[in-house]
Design a binder for this molecule. Structure first.
Ligand code: 2P0
Length: 322
């Protein structure tokens, strides 16, 4: 029985993915830029089972038969199609990132699943192909396959929509955990609602495409200040966009806003630090590695904090069963 285990880490976007051009294959409306973290790994084992007539998902020790299990089966169907296999699988996943709290748990989850499932089903895929495959599970997972900084090219079809590495200056992130609970509206539903109802959506698409080009240029030039400014502006534009849906959605809480204010005040004292937030109230601060302690001091007493640096590619773990 073929089995494989993979590990992957979440990523935080500096220029965000928000809105799909094609939801059937997760083609994004724009490209995006992210840093894969070195904390909060997801470890996933895929074991093929020739006697089973359905897939099994065990998530953090508990068997699931609801939405996440159906999403895993739909993803494995794509892998089975590529591999020409009908075998069902047992998927055991251990996720250390607080799930569904806007900290990219689906990114590390589907990146680890893509790498483990590709191996278990005998597919030999390069990094771009793994990124494309992970994208089918969750858009942002395309970037968690890649180490460090990654650009996900929007592309115009399945073949051209994948992430690849980009050179970047030395940076760190401080994650401020505001809440760990499940968010009220999933990113998937919120993106759908945004595309359908926000009058600002076309402006988001055009301005994000411009921000992405500028951010890649800043990355390659090592221009941290420019990259940081683009990161914070893009995050606040995304949250303004999300708030403009009908019915509206608001992910940032009063504590999140307070953190953005504290980071702006810290910047006024000469420290390079910029805030961003994904589809939830947690805030992530981009900074220079030498300024991490200034950032954590500025956030003292507010939150549970975690410090992250650029992390590794999603990868297979050596087999331990001999
Ligand atoms: C990002 N987010 O670029 C943006 C910023 C959240 C806010 O990608 O529907 O879980 O699975 O493709 O990847 C979260 O959306 O959505 C996300 P699907 P995904 O990181």
């Amino acid at each position: 029985m073929s089995t494989a285990t993979a590990i992957a880490h979440p990523n935080i976007a500096l220029v965000k993915y928000w809105g799909k051009r094609d939801s059937a294959i997760n083609l994004p409306a724009t490209g995006s830029l992210s840093m894969t973290l070195d904390i909060f790994p997801t470890t996933t084992t895929v074991s093929l089972d020739d006697s089973a007539d359905h897939d099994v998902l065990v998530f953090n020790g508990a068997e699931r038969t609801d939405g996440p299990a159906e999403r895993v089966t739909r993803f494995l169907d794509i892998v089975r199609d590529l591999a020409g296999s009908a075998l069902r699988a047992r998927v055991e996943t251990v996720n250390t990132v607080p799930s569904a709290a806007g900290l990219a748990s689906s990114a590390s989850g589907f990146a680890a699943l893509a790498v483990a499932a590709a191996s278990a089903y005998g597919l030999d895929l390069d990094a771009a192909a793994l990124s494309r495959l992970a994208r089918r599970g969750s858009g942002s997972a395309s970037r968690s396959v890649i180490p460090g900084f990654a650009v996900w090219h929007a592309g115009d079809d399945d073949a051209s929509s994948f992430a690849e590495p980009v050179d970047a200056p030395d940076l760190a992130m401080v994650v401020a955990m505001v809440e760990k609970g499940e968010k009220a509206v999933s990113s998937r539903e919120a993106m759908r609602r945004t595309v359908l109802t926000s009058p600002f959506y076309p402006a988001w698409v055009s301005s994000t495409a411009e921000s992405l080009e500028a951010a890649i240029e800043a990355c390659r030039a090592g221009d941290i200040e420019r990259l940081g400014r683009i990161t914070e502006v893009n995050a606040l534009r995304m949250h303004a966009l999300i708030q403009s849906c009908d019915p509206p959605i608001r992910y940032l809480s009063p504590v999140s806003i307070e953190i953005f204010d504290r980071i702006a005040a810290l910047r006024d004292t000469g420290v390079d630090a910029w805030a961003t937030a994904d589809a939830g109230p947690n805030v992530v601060v981009l900074t220079r590695p030498e300024s991490v302690s200034a950032v954590t001091a500025a956030l003292d007493g507010v939150n549970e904090l975690a410090v992250a640096h650029p992390g590794p590619a999603a990868s297979l773990l050596p087999r331990t069963d001999g």
